[in-house]
Ligand binder design. Structure first.
Ligand code: AMP
Length: 279
């Protein structure tokens, strides 16, 4: 397995692979890898084929964290991550430094301005600009034919699809289902922050979403009523938002019905958890 820290070396290596006719599939991550990431790696391998190249990037992207967010404390576990990548059959890991990705006078950004307005974009101003910028940079450096993202970050996946379409990145975006703990909690690097008591509470988000889906499958509900029902099951959380949105436009809907998405962001202590479900 190759490990690249320098952008120029990574670029050169990927370019040579591409010229040799290899299909490159990229999985962007922030590291602290868990089973959710590994499922993306497996999907990437299937898409690349035995002869293709599967690349993972591990980069805690400062540009997508707000000033009062957890950039400094975000879990970092490079040695363990590299062992997991090797075991998963990753061909190349790209792990640049923040300084090499963002020059001191960096002043250019990729910004999606519609799908990123609501949900996490509302509570995390600048977050999706940071995400789009780093993903655009990774696409330019690696130039993958395909990139794989997780449905756990539903809004992120939609925003990236839109950016790729609008800016004509020659990359196919594949989105894979959310991997969960046996009790339903969506796997996340941030779950490491949870105390045992919080960890016990955390699966209630999933249960509230499943219950909402069950109710909507019986009959449609006014969206605010459904959101209230979900919130009422999240006592003990500090709810950031519960929203029922059109799965494609991410605009709020008036009536919640089959096929819509419900997205939740809620804090347990300082830990912000997100999840979503299709109704
Ligand atoms: P992160 O390292 O949290 O930035 O995530 C890297 C990629 O893994 C993103 O595309 C996420 O959507 C995806 N991902 C994170 N958690 C999960 C999960 N539980 N199941 C599937 N994909 C996930």
């Amino acid at each position: 397995m190759k490990l690249f820290r320098r952008i120029s070396e990574a670029s050169k290596w990927f370019q040579a692979r591409r010229r040799a006719g290899k299909r490159i599939v990229l999985v962007p991550t922030m590291g602290a890898l868990h089973t959710g990431h590994l499922s993306l790696f497996r999907k990437a391998r299937r898409l690349a084929g035995r002869k293709g190249v599967v690349a993972a990037s591990i980069f805690v992207n400062p540009a997508q964290f707000g000033p009062r967010e957890d950039f400094r404390s975000y879990p970092r576990a490079l040695k363990r991550d590299l062992a997991l990548c090797k075991k998963a059959g990753i061909d190349a890991v790209f792990h640049p430094s923040a300084g090499s990705m963002y020059a001191a006078n960096h002043s250019s950004w990729a910004d999606e301005t519609r799908l990123s307005r609501g949900l996490c974009g509302r509570s995390r101003p600048g977050h999706f600009r940071g995400v789009c910028t780093v993903v655009a940079k990774l696409f330019n450096i690696v130039q993958p034919a395909i990139a794989v993202f997780g449905e756990k970050d539903y809004q992120q996946a939609q925003v990236i699809r839109r950016m790729v379409r609008d800016l004509n990145f020659p990359v196919r975006i594949i989105v894979t289902p959310t991997r969960r703990e046996p009790d339903g909690l969506a796997m996340s690097s941030r779950n490491l922050y949870l105390s045992p008591a919080q960890r016990g509470q955390a699966p209630r988000i999933r249960r509230a979403l499943m219950e909402a889906r069950r109710q909507v499958r019986m009959r449609s509900h006014p969206a605010p009523v459904l959101a209230r029902k979900i919130k009422s099951r999240l006592a003990g959380f500090r709810v950031d938002y519960v929203e029922v949105v059109d799965a494609r436009t991410l605009e709020s809907v008036k009536r919640a019905q089959r096929g819509d998405r419900v997205a939740v962001a809620a804090f347990l202590g300082k830990t912000r958890l997100i999840d979503n479900i299709i109704l």
